[in-house]
Design a protein around this ligand. Structure first.
Ligand code: ADP
Ligand code: ADP
Length: 226
């Protein structure tokens, strides 16, 4: 069964602009899907529709076998990591990671267990009492990911999560993300401009242009010389 399916998805913004046109994709469990394409081609819009942050104009979005077009973001089995970590500056790492669980009224002992497990996976155990400004760039990015993985979502969305990091850290985090994908066995959709990230992380790459999917292929088929 596909873990996520996008069928004839369209997005028309209120000003009439057609940002996504007839997007079709069946994503299997545990796939690592990469969206590439020039700035403004509709990658973020698509991701935001999957997350429920942007209304779908027409078409059908399924998670598992359930149509979720009208399901609120917090009730979709999905978590999203943005490029600007968007951590709450006044909260500790622990509270940043617990926030989404509190919102969903998860019992406290369970929250504690989930936060500590995620912290362990991301090597954040010693930083739980720190506030974001006392963290390095890479640590902040790990907290942003921690906030997403605590809920153990079925689908993980990442919009250029490494674009604000320097080259060295980006390389390290790429390896972290790859490990995370294997360890969690989750389905990932990942937007990037970086060909190395696309090639090393992706199981399939979706090439978009002007709101249209132009090609869907494995990294090998897409980037190797014929
Ligand atoms: P990408 O992520 O590929 O850079 P986006 O999905 O952010 O592209 O944007 C796709 C297109 O939709 C762009 O041309 C952008 O200007 C336009 N767009 C984004 N948000 C809105 C909006 N709220 N209203 C109108 N047009 C928008
Ligand atoms: P990077 O160059 O990798 O982004 P920084 O130079 O910001 O990292 O920080 C290096 C180390 O110092 C990190 O391990 C970070 O946790 C620690 N650190 C940075 N700022 C503070 C702070 N205000 N209090 C405690 N530790 C800090």
């Amino acid at each position: 069964m596909a873990s996520l399916s996008l069928r004839h998805i369209n997005k028309v913004y209120p000003n009439g602009f057609e940002a996504v046109k007839d997007f079709n994709l069946e994503i299997e469990d545990k796939e690592f899907i990469i969206f590439v394409g020039p700035s403004g081609c509709g990658k973020s819009t698509t991701l935001r529709m999957v997350a429920g942050l942007e209304e779908i104009s027409s078409g059908e979005l399924r998670i598992g076998d359930k149509v979720v077009n009208d399901v609120e973001p917090k009730d979709r089995d999905i978590a999203m990591v943005f490029q600007n970590y968007a951590l709450y500056p006044h909260m500790t790492v622990y509270d940043n990671m617990a926030f989404g669980l509190k919102l969903r009224e998860v019992p406290k002992p369970e929250i504690d267990k989930m936060v500590r497990e995620a912290a362990k996976i991301l090597d954040l155990e010693k930083l739980l009492d720190r506030k974001p400004k006392a963290l390095s760039g890479g640590q902040r990015q790990r907290v942003a990911m921690g906030r997403a993985i605590v809920r153990n979502p079925k689908v993980f969305l990442m919009d250029e999560p490494l674009s604000n990091l320097d080259a060295k850290l980006r390389g390290q985090m790429r390896i972290e993300i790859s490990k995370l994908h294997q360890r969690l066995g989750t389905t990932i959709i990942y937007v990037t401009h970086d060909q190395t990230e696309a090639m090393t992380l992706g199981t399939r790459i979706v090439v978009m242009n002007a709101g249209v999917v132009q090609q869907v292929d494995t990294p090998r088929k897409l980037y190797d010389e014929p």
